[in-house]
Design a protein around this ligand. Structure first.
Ligand SMILES: Nc1nc2c([nH]c(=O)n2[C@H]2C[C@H](O)[C@@H](COP(=O)(O)OP(=O)(O)OP(=O)(O)O)O2)c(=O)[nH]1
Ligand SMILES: [Mg+2]
Length: 322
């Protein structure tokens, strides 16, 4: 059994500027994981809350005071020589002008450029969490005129959605691929990403941004089906499926059902407590799905979620909901 005291508790911050760039610092060569890029932060001192530790570290290392922050992800990682529990916060407003107060180089970097930087091994899920939005739209099943479907997609994107899963189980291959091509174009216009809920081989054929594996595909794959230029996500319902998603190298997961839904009445749910336990133990970002919507995003962040995934709450026009 592992004793909680075995873990070195560390807080770190993804500090964002108004242009959406994130601040990186380079670890001094002589330290643990030296020479690599990091999110500024450091060890939690005895008696400190996480927020206190975060404020102290950002003052010491960058000369800034966080004004608006929230939990982003918590990751445990065992290096050969130490085990760290990294509590990473997203800081969206701060006072002061950040600079490397300990002589360390610091740099503002666009999130999409983060994969080109070298980080400590623990940081892979953190980098994904920084790059991913807090809402993940799962499209409703297309029916009838595809133009109506695309208009609705456009509406969701106009509302700020930046990550979409094209879920259309009822469409034959040719129709799915045609719709995917149109949906990708629509997403591009809004700077959004589209993942296909389908065979991974379709992704390169239509130029999508990645694949979303349903439980069946997740169970059938022995390894990550696409290289790191693409997103690979998975639908999970329990610890076993989450472990599988991690083992094959998925970038993130969706965990459901958190709450009862109209589509699965009477099905057992995780509840926020059950969700939080699984999401905290996961080593990849996890979205909460099932009976949740944008209004639940703050609650999701308080329960170790990347954010919320939804069909109903993000797709259907508000007026069409009961
Ligand atoms: N700050 C930070 N630490 C990270 C990241 N990734 C990662 O594996 N770590 C590890 C490296 C270290 O083992 C530990 C952080 O400890 P630290 O050496 O920065 O602690 P500190 O700022 O309090 O430094 P010190 O006062 O002890 O010199 O967490 C990251 O992105 N940011
Ligand atoms: Mg530090």
């Amino acid at each position: 059994m592992t004793d909680a005291t075995d873990w070195l508790r560390v807080v770190a911050a993804a500090v964002f500027d108004d242009a959406g760039r994130v601040l990186l610092a380079r670890r001094p060569a002589h330290l643990h994981q030296g020479g690599l890029w990091e999110f500024p932060g450091g060890k939690v001192e005895p008696g400190e809350s996480l927020e206190q530790a975060l404020a102290r570290e950002l003052e010491e290392e960058l000369g800034i005071l966080p004004r608006r922050s929230r939990p982003l992800i918590r990751i445990r990682h065992a290096y050969p020589d130490r085990r760290v529990e990294l509590d990473v916060w997203r800081v969206d407003a701060f006072s002061g002008e950040p600079h490397g107060r300990e002589g360390q180089p610091v740099e503002w970097v666009a999130p999409e450029e983060l994969p080109e930087r070298e980080f400590p091994a623990a940081n892979r899920p953190i980098v994904n969490a920084v790059r991913l939005p807090d809402r993940y739209l799962v499209t409703g099943e297309p029916a009838g005129d595809p133009r109506r479907f695309l208009a609705r997609l456009d509406q969701a994107l106009t509302g700020g959605v930046r990550l979409v899963q094209l879920r259309a189980k009822g469409l034959p291959e040719a129709e799915y691929l045609r719709l995917a091509g149109q949906a990708i174009e629509c997403c591009r216009q809004h700077g959004a990403r589209l993942l296909l809920n389908g065979p991974p081989g379709w992704v390169e054929r239509v130029g999508a941004d990645g694949v979303h594996l349903d439980s069946r595909r997740l169970a059938s794959l022995g390894q990550r089906p696409l290289d790191s230029r693409y997103w690979v996500a998975a639908s999970c319902h329990d610890a076993r499926e989450l472990a599988r998603a991690e083992a094959i190298g998925c970038d993130f997961a969706v965990l459901s059902p958190v709450l009862p839904t109209a589509s699965h009445p009477g099905a057992p749910t995780l509840g926020w407590g059950g969700f939080a336990e699984l999401a905290d133990a996961a080593r990849i970002p996890v979205y909460a799905l099932g009976g949740v919507g944008p209004a639940d995003i703050p609650r999701a962040h308080g329960h170790y979620a990347q954010g919320i995934a939804a069909i109903r709450a993000l797709w259907e026009p508000v007026s069409a909901r009961s």
